[in-house]
Ligand binder design. Structure first.
Ligand code: ADP
Ligand code: ASP
Ligand code: MG
Length: 406
């Protein structure tokens, strides 16, 4: 007998019929003698719909009230699943984030989990109940409802799995595992049997939304085996595990694309100490996450500086940088929202050379221009024009020998 956490994403609970299918799967796991904690997302599209509704009544919705609103999506699915399980004569109970004491910081809309008490989950499990917990939500030390950022139910699931010391955390979604690239845009993508926490951390941070990045951080820290699989089949999915657990060691194990970025350039910035701090401090104060940064040295004591920000923050960032440019005497500020960041990832890169040149040659072959490059031990990222994003993923997938063998 095991303690299993099962998380079902939006498409898996998209309507009452699918919720009833989830109930059958949960009941089967329970009937096999396992203890089961279920974490649910809102129905597909509901979170987006709630955000759109909030924007109808307020141009810039209050962050606290927005979280109160968004948390209702997960409340609905949990109540429906617990109700359905009870009507099938299973002892089930739904719990919201605050009832499980998912304690977070105050950052509405993107709160971080600080601690999970989970006493009520343990008490219910003792009584052999199925516990159904709302994902994506927690509460801050003042008792306010908070939400964990888009895709946050994954993080709820893994963090709760860590809190109750589950044997495995199963993430049920609309694809049957983690692939070498997004299978919805790269038909030749291959399903991986295993992937290391570090590779998955990179893939998640570089655009693969199949797992929210913070969920992978929790999994790595608490060594929770995460099994990503389809809610529509019985097939085994992909295990996210420790690097040393006998996994296949590919040079490149994945290609990702991220089209949620925008680029800002400051031209002819005075090349003096303290200037970079003046450019980036206002971004940090505004809570804008700056990603890639490049600076060119120029002969006349001036330099150009380019960086990327999340596309949602583009307008705010551009406005701030116009103020900075006036202050530091930079000549011009301009931006571009039509960019994509394409990355190749693999732990095997650590001891292989030539990965960067293969990547650049493959893009050049298709006449795709690279405007920014950044590297780490296990990944290389290039910024290109957005319209080439999907082509670039497919081309790199082939170039690194990842295509399905026919
Ligand atoms: P859920 O609603 O179940 O949380 P998401 O839409 O958040 O599901 O995540 C699943 C989606 O992630 C897939 O439909 C797929 O398009 C996308 N995805 C991106 N990269 C990958 C990848 N490398 N492997 C699998 N899925 C990926
Ligand atoms: N419902 C939330 C979202 O759409 C959380 C989640 O599904 O993980 O982002
Ligand atoms: Mg998701």
């Amino acid at each position: 007998m095991s303690l299993i956490v099962q998380k079902f994403g939006g498409t898996s609970v998209a309507d009452p019929e699918r919720i009833m299918n989830v109930a059958k799967r949960v009941a089967k796991t329970y009937d096999q003698g396992n203890d089961v904690v279920v974490i649910l997302s809102a129905m597909a599209g509901v979170t987006d719909g709630l955000i759109a509704m909030a924007r109808k009544v307020s141009e810039s919705p209050d962050n606290r009230e927005l979280d109160v609103l968004l948390a209702t999506g997960e409340q609905t699915t949990c109540a429906l699943l617990a109700m359905n399980l009870k009507s099938m004569n299973y002892p089930a109970q739904s719990l919201m984030g605050h009832q499980v004491e998912v304690m977070t910081d105050h950052c509405f809309g993107n709160a971080r989990i600080l601690d999970i008490k989970a006493d009520r989950i343990r008490e219910l499990l003792e009584k052999r109940h199925i516990v159904v917990v709302a994902g994506f939500q927690g509460c801050d030390p003042d008792g306010n409802i908070t939400t964990l950022g888009r895709g946050g139910s994954d993080t709820s699931a893994v963090a709760i799995a860590a809190a109750v010391k589950a044997d495995v955390c199963e993430i049920y979604t609309d694809v049957d595992g983690i692939y070498t690239a997004d299978p919805n845009i790269c038909p030749k993508a291959r399903k991986l049997d295993t992937i290391s926490y570090d590779e998955m951390l990179n893939m998640a941070s570089l655009g693969a939304k199949v797992l929210q990045i913070r969920s992978v951080g929790f999994a790595k820290k608490y060594k929770i085996p995460v099994h990503v699989r389809s809610s529509f089949s019985e097939e085994e999915g992909t295990m996210v595990v420790d690097e040393n657990s006998g996994m296949e060691r590919l040079v490149v194990s994945g290609v990702t694309h991220d089209t949620n970025q925008a680029r800002i350039t400051l031209k002819k910035v005075p090349d003096q100490p303290g200037v970079a701090a003046k450019i980036f401090s206002p971004m940090a104060s505004a809570g804008i996450v700056v990603d890639m940064i490049i600076q060119n040295t120029r002969a006349e004591g001036q330099t150009d500086l380019t960086f990327t920000v999340p596309r949602n923050d583009f307008k705010k960032a551009l406005k701030l940088q116009k103020e900075v440019a006036a202050d530091i005497g930079a000549e011009e500020v301009f931006g571009d929202q039509n960019i994509a960041k394409i990355s190749v990832i693999g732990v095997g890169m650590k001891d292989h050379s030539g990965v960067a040149s293969t990547m650049f040659a493959a893009l050049a072959n298709e006449n795709i221009n690279i405007t920014m490059i950044s590297t780490s031990e296990i990944r290389i990222s290039c910024v290109i024009e957005e319209k080439y994003a999907e082509l670039a993923v497919r081309v790199l997938h082939t170039a690194f020998g990842l295509d399905t063998r026919e």
